[in-house]
Ligand binder design. Sequence first.
Ligand code: MG
Length: 449
Amino acid sequence: MGDHARFQCFGPSPPACSSHPARYSGVSLSTRVAILGSTGSIGQSTLDVIQHLGSPYRAVGLSAHRHTEKVLDQARRFRPTAVAMSDERCADEIKSPLAELDIRLYRGESGLVDLVRRNDVDVVMSSVVGAAGLPATLAAVRAGKRLALANKESLVVAGSLLIPEARKHGVEILPVDSEHSAIFQAMRCGHASEVRRVILTASGGPFRNTPLEKLKTATVADALNHPTWKMGKKVTIDSATMFNKALELIEACWLFNLPPHKIEVMIHPESVIHSMVEFIDGSVLAQLSPPDMKTPIQYALTFPGRAHGCSRRMDWASRFSLNFEPPDFARFPALKLAYQVAQAGGTAGAVLNAANEAAVTSFLGGKIGFDAICRVVELTIQKHHVQQSPSLDDLMQADQWARATAGALADECAILPVKNDSTVMNPAPDTKGKPVIQGRQNLPSGTLT
Ligand code: MG
């Protein structure tokens, strides 16, 4: 990421971990959890995990945007000390019922920041979708709270700000994204200097085998028809374009202090191996589990220890195969952009993220075709002058500029030149050399991010 000095948040242990003797003694002190985005999928799974773990784990803070009924139901069940509602009008609706429960209410965008700063919060689960979670995530780091990070946009947009702040405040950032949790777990088996490369696995989405010609005319319904996962629209489209993996690649660079060329993306349709780390001696360490976000969520909460899990286990008694193939960069140009953006650092990630959000909105609205999503993002990035070491305001401005620019490009999209696919970086997957691990397993289904 340019010449910006990146911070190694954690892992390869033990050296990186030994600077926090109290927290790494085997007794976790981070048991009082504030959940940003408690009504979303990750938030609800976090509450399930907290309920499963039992005392001393406790949800002391909840936050939601507009889901008043759901957050009230959660408040009644989990009795947090505080709830933040980012939509002011919705906050009015839950004021009385929360007062009856003796629960403090925080309102508006600043309410999330107030929530994470509370003295009774040890760990903040950042699971608000999109860049909206950034101010509260940054506030959590500045308040010295342990950060369980499910919001990948925080690092993609603001890695150049968050990581130095985490270093300054001695804050641990624990990954919740399944791939990054896998890398984190594997990294603990060696030192940073011993890592040869990281293999970031990807399901490949619904267009893994679609002929390139047909991709140009793919409809919204085609793109939303993910073969394995049922997710929100934005992340499903991101899975189809592989912008989800592009964001994860940039996230991994920041989290693990890795240059982009040390991260390789590998298509693994079964999503059982959540990612791998290859060490210099040739050993490759992988983390496997049925696809269920409760597993990485629980690890982030119990780290450095482990507790009995509440998710389904691997079933080694039934037959299964694990397949791998390198991604086709012509099919998924978002990956090529990810390497460029990870290398550039600074404001580049904010621009990629915002331009992609705008382009996906244009695609879902029928304004642009599927293949134009990446072209719009690429052209927006080309127009941007990267600023290193940006402030939060600089990042927010870059975000706004990219949204406006991508929106304008989408409007002009009909006259954009069709990109020549001769810029292919990788050949089509070579099936001859494709490694296949044979075993016995029913292919699991579930939800991952
Ligand atoms: Mg993921």
